[in-house]
Design a protein around this ligand. Structure first.
Ligand SMILES: C[S@@+](CC[C@H](N)C(=O)[O-])C[C@H]1O[C@@H](n2cnc3c(N)ncnc32)[C@H](O)[C@@H]1O
Length: 213
């Protein structure tokens, strides 16, 4: 098959965009079907990947929520508004490289929405760039391009620039404190073991919504 493609590539090449289009269409159809299926169940037992965007966490297992309607996104909504999800139904939330894109009051709103939609006993994991590690990196003279990207966000294109910029960051200790104030129990920093992003400049915090609030 590969040989056949190689031999005929000059004829196929002008139409290669069709491959991308077909792949994106199939991915979007699967995302829409998944969203519709969970919508029917009132999202009872669903797991959310908050702002998975182009790089979703465990697709298929977690519903990818994002404000930009990319092929891999299952649920399209702006997390700075009330989530279109009932209280106490979600089985698990992971939020990776998300909260740093929001202003402080919006971060607080999102954390409260996490608490509201999670089922009692359900787990939250939050990962963001570690502003303390970045600051130490600056003082130690580490790669300024890497540090700038961690601090201000990666440029991916004009279309999404507004959503890709970084706007605010808590330290890990502050994140633990804020989650505890909101009502989560057992909030603590855990090893950054999710296989995404550089653990040197990123932290992971976990917390649980208590069974009785
Ligand atoms: C850096 S990407 C993170 C993607 C993935 N979670 C990862 O770790 O690589 C940030 C995502 O947040 C989304 N985003 C930013 N602001 C948002 C908002 N207000 N509501 C929903 N999604 C938002 C962007 O569209 C983008 O896909």
């Amino acid at each position: 098959m590969t040989n056949w493609i190689d031999r005929h590539y000059k004829y196929i090449r002008p139409y290669r965009f069709l491959y991308g289009w077909a792949k994106d269409t199939a991915t979007k159809m699967r995302s829409n079907a998944r969203a519709a299926e969970w919508q029917k169940k009132g999202f009872h037992g669903a797991k959310l990947d908050i702002c998975g965007g182009r790089n979703p966490f465990s697709p298929g297992e977690f519903l990818n929520v994002d404000v930009v309607d990319m092929p891999s996104v299952d649920l399209v909504f702006d997390i700075t508004k009330q989530f279109p999800i009932n209280t106490g139904v979600i089985a698990e939330i992971i939020s990776v490289a998300t909260l740093e894109h929001l202003r402080k009051p919006n971060v607080h709103h999102v954390l409260q929405e996490f608490f509201r939609v999670l089922a009692p006993g359900a787990c939250l994991r939050v990962s963001t760039p570690d502003i303390e590690a970045i600051a130490k990196g600056v003082l130690a003279g580490e790669d300024v391009d890497v540090l700038n990207q961690q601090l201000f966000g990666k440029f991916k294109g004009d279309q999404t620039e507004d959503y890709d910029l970084h706007r605010w960051m808590y330290t890990a200790d502050q994140m633990v404190k804020v989650l505890t104030e909101i009502g989560f129990s057992g909030a603590r920093r855990i090893p950054m073991d999710i296989g995404m992003h550089d653990p040197k400049y990123t932290y992971l915090v976990s917390a649980v919504k208590p069974i009785k609030t």
